[in-house]
Ligand binder design. Structure first.
Ligand code: SF4
Ligand code: SF4
Length: 82
């Protein structure tokens, strides 16, 4: 999963573009729910939020480093919830 750092300027660009609805506005800045972020695996070649963020504040979450296989399983689980 990815994460948003405190360099976020709350520009609102990333939130509507997340295919997994993993991005939400937290108390200060936007945040990413690691349980829902597949790094866009299953939807897109590249993480959409990273591509759009004007201040490049969305790195991999060091607490949630995941393989592509794990991310794909998360994608399939999220799809099954729909
Ligand atoms: Fe959403 Fe993709 Fe960004 Fe993860 S990488 S928060 S799934 S847009
Ligand atoms: Fe914050 Fe970047 Fe998302 Fe804008 S695109 S709300 S700066 S994380």
């Amino acid at each position: 999963a990815l994460m948003i750092t405190d360099e976020c300027i709350n520009c609102d660009v990333c939130e509507p573009e997340c295919p997994n609805e993993a991005i939400y506005l937290g108390p200060q800045i936007y945040e990413i729910d690691p349980a829902r972020c597949t790094e866009c695996v299953g939807h897109h070649e590249q993480p959409q939020c990273v591509q759009l963020c004007p201040v490049a504040c969305i790195p991999v979450n060091p607490q949630h480093v995941e393989s592509r296989e794990t991310l794909m399983q998360k994608y399939l689980r999220l799809q099954a919830e729909k």
